[in-house]
Design a protein around this ligand. Sequence first.
Ligand code: AMP
Length: 513
Amino acid sequence: MVRKGKSRMILLDHIARTAAEDGCRTAAVSGSESITYSELWERSGRIASWLESMLGDDKRPLVVYGHKDPDMLVYFLACVRSGRAYCPVDVSVPVKRVSDIIEKSECPIIFSADGSGIIGELHDRAVVGKTEAEAICRDMETCIPADRAVSGDDTFYIIFTSGSTGLPKGVKISADNLENFLAWSSCLGDSEEEKEGGVFLNQAPFSFDLSVMDLYTSLYCGGTLFMTDKKTQQDMAALMEALQDSGLKYWVSTPSFAALCCSEPDFSIEKMPDIKMFFFCGETLTNSVAGRLRDRFPETKIINAYGPTETTVAVTAVEITDWMIKSKNALPVGTPGKNTRIEIRDGDGVSLPDDRHGEITILGGNVSTGYFRDKHQSQKVFFGDGVRGYRTGDEGFIKNGQLNFCGRMDLQIKYHGYRIELGDIENNLIQIPGIKAAAVLPKLRNGSIKNLVGFVTGMGCPDDSFAEGSRIRAGLREKLPDYMVPRKIIFLEDMPITDNGKIDRKALGRMIG
Ligand code: AMP
């Protein structure tokens, strides 16, 4: 029986239908590993039944740890089919950060698709790895009722993003948020029917919400998820070879990743003849990258989408035309998706007319129910009970119906597609013994971030500043992902301060040119 007032997720119905009607269809492939729809449905059902028998009314979210392994999908679906949210954590996340996430989520069980054993050493929580999962699938029957699954405003997943306090904050995305997004994404560029059976690129790690676009749009439309792991992504020749044999139709990545691929001559329509659409989100798509793609893939649709994790992947999108590329103007990020409204607001929250710059504010069905166990942070940026809203901190304007993105209004940056709060790095720097004050700045070249530079006080000017800088960087690396560790540390006697007592970031900027 379906719970009163809540409808069953269309996503789960679609996966169940594909499993029943065409169970042998491949749901996901990663290197030599793959999983069919019937295996995915059957195994997730068995593990969901086991979760129900083990945890009963305990509905705390569960951490799923690993990388590009088809088992990750089994664990995600097992959680949500048993009525629990999952929290995806990629193996690239440093151990200390994983530990913070586990602490914060209070998850009673961790699923691990990673063979390193690291996760078992972190906490005294039960860990379900490959062996345990196989035993459960062998011994358990699927007896989980369909109405046990998450639905309505139940949380479907929690993704932790960089938080300005130095601790990651968990964005809760509900079943309704995801359904609202999928009703739109499944028709973006191509119809849902055209997408059926198509191969979707999964480049982003599952702890980055861009992956939700390929993972769930693919499962919703009966497609195949083609996962590329970190190792392959670092070896361009291997990546090109894998892509050529993949039958890839729908490309999903950050523009940075596509730009990287453009350095390979084999990245072309001749070698990837099935490709129909590029979907970009997460950072600025430049004319230059769009132009290079157009040269190599003359007929392929290029979609530029915009949105933060807090509003379920993306809320606006536009197909980039040749005319837009040739105009050399900054590319727009598009018009709102289903049940979504975009307003540009001034500092007092008043909605501004077209052409005026202000804060991009997102309202509608994609807006998250809030940060996990963080009312304080939630109240700062989320508002509204009926129609929910989110203040993005992004600056933008609307022209001819199209949203245009103009950058951040705070200290959040995007570096290689990763979202970083500079305050997160700074707060971790001042925890290193000897450091009194810290500031981190992006070093720019031709308007793009080249690397990050850290400024610290409290240590004077060390005799061997290179060795001292390496020690600080090593300390940070224990807590932060590599991409957040500044390339260079500059030692200062005092921080430059503005008249109103803030760190003078402009003065620091001048020091690095
Ligand atoms: P994340 O939560 O990691 O997806 O990061 C969200 C932020 O990325 C947004 O608030 C924007 O600052 C930036 N962003 C997302 N999409 C775009 C886009 N198409 N163009 C420029 N910046 C973007």
